[in-house]
Design a binder for this molecule. Structure first.
Ligand SMILES: [Zn+2]
Length: 401
């Protein structure tokens, strides 16, 4: 089975895996040379303007290369730091390339390709768990974690051999709460893989010390333009120079820089000097691990939790954005969730005129059976002065709406 899985990884996987290994010993000059060549070609083609989501929404064809049914496919993003977006990606190479980088990140906590993982993220499906043979991955459906399901979850998780737990930073603590801390401490967890959100450094250190389990996390985004791993040596983020090109430009937020990313893919949508909407704080320390560009922290995307109808706190991220490939995002332009009272959430939506509201509401209700959902359709979601819009507002905690 392992040989079969390895065979499926394909040439792009092996190409990038070699490139990653080599790049770790490059000098900063060698990194600059590699990046300037690729970046320069893209600038000559598209110009030097900073681009935003809206540019790709309106002129997708202009930024997309070799778009053809077999070569590329459409990717949808749920978008936590902005509105959903559709673009195209290389059908053959993208997944393999992603895998090479992710496996490298996960190897920091001892993961080897195709080791067993258990995911508690946001993939909603029938029943409590589902097994993906090719990935060697058990997937727990968050919508099947109502109070009445928890005993089954606890019994099941005890039967799993040593595994890596794959979560969102915010859903890790929801998972511990669901199975119970005593049981969690007894589980044979080899490491935590925490994707999609920044993991607060202090919380990571506290967790690792308290539970004796290491966490691998990283910064990436749905547009596949930049990727940085969190370094165990300096606790900052190192950007892979062969994945894409990043620039850090001044922002209106004090001490923060905007993360501007340019993707190195040849096929599909090419993001060029793309304002990711994320902010970073500049590196104040040095790190000898490699010469990759670094930042101390990625700011933004905070952890948000809501209170369900049983009074249990759950991470909102997985429920709303966990399945960001859902066709739901074709109908939603923007969204915000407000908690006014325990057990109830008000979902504020900006939708296309042609969207099927009944279907949107039914999909979200089936993802979150543990809370009462109310829907409010609005023309626009207000943004803060720095252009960020909060996707969760805890009005019970006195938060503004
Ligand atoms: Zn480092």
């Amino acid at each position: 089975m392992t040989a079969f899985r390895e065979a499926l990884l394909g040439p792009s996987y092996w190409y990038h895996r070699r490139l990653i290994e080599q790049s770790k010993s490059w000098s900063s000059d060698e990194i600059r040379e590699y990046q300037e060549d690729r970046f320069g070609r893209l600038i000559r083609r598209y110009g030097t303007e900073i681009t935003r989501k809206e540019d790709y929404r309106q002129h997708l064809g202009r930024y997309s290369r070799w778009d053809a049914p077999l070569l590329t496919h459409t990717v949808r993003t749920g978008g936590t730091s902005g509105q959903p977006l559709r673009f195209t990606a290389d059908t053959l190479a993208r997944r393999q390339k992603e895998r090479a980088y992710l496996f490298d990140i996960w190897s920091q906590v001892g993961y080897a390709p195709h080791d067993l993982r258990v995911a508690y993220r946001g993939d909603v499906h029938e029943g409590l768990v589902r097994y993906n043979r090719l990935e060697n991955l058990w997937i727990i459906s968050p919508s099947a974690t109502m109070e009445r399901d928890l005993d089954t979850l606890r019994s099941w998780v005890c039967t799993v051999p040593p595994f890596f737990l794959h979560v969102h930073a915010s859903s890790l603590f929801t998972f511990i709460d669901l199975v119970g801390e005593d049981l969690f401490r007894r589980l044979p967890i080899r490491g935590i893989i925490a994707g999609s959100e920044a993991f607060p450094i202090a919380e990571q250190a506290r967790f690792e010390r308290d539970f004796g389990i290491q966490i691998a996390h990283w910064y990436g985004h749905s547009e596949y333009a930049a990727l940085a791993y969190n370094c165990r040596a300096c606790r900052g983020f190192h950007f892979y120079p062969t994945y894409g090109y990043v620039e850090f430009l001044p922002s209106e937020t004090e001490d923060c820089q905007r993360v501007i990313a340019t993707s190195f893919n040849r096929i599909g949508t090419q993001f060029v000097r793309y304002d990711t909407g994320d902010l970073a704080t500049a590196a104040t320390t040095t790190c000898t691990a490699n010469q990759f560009r670094r930042v101390d922290a990625i700011v933004g995307r905070a952890q948000e939790t809501f209170t369900d109808s049983e009074g249990r706190r759950r991470s909102l991220f997985g429920y709303i954005f966990g399945d960001e490939k859902s066709i739901l995002w074709d109908h939603i332009q923007d969204l915000q969730v407000v908690q006014d009272r325990p057990g109830a959430l008000r979902v504020r939506l900006v939708t296309d005129p042609a969207s099927n509201r009944a279907q949107i509401e039914q999909t979200l209700r089936s993802r979150m059976p543990m809370a009462t959902l109310e829907f409010e359709y609005v023309p626009v979601i207000e943004r803060s002065a720095s252009g960020k819009r909060r996707y969760f507002v805890d009005a019970m905690a006195g938060g503004e709406r």
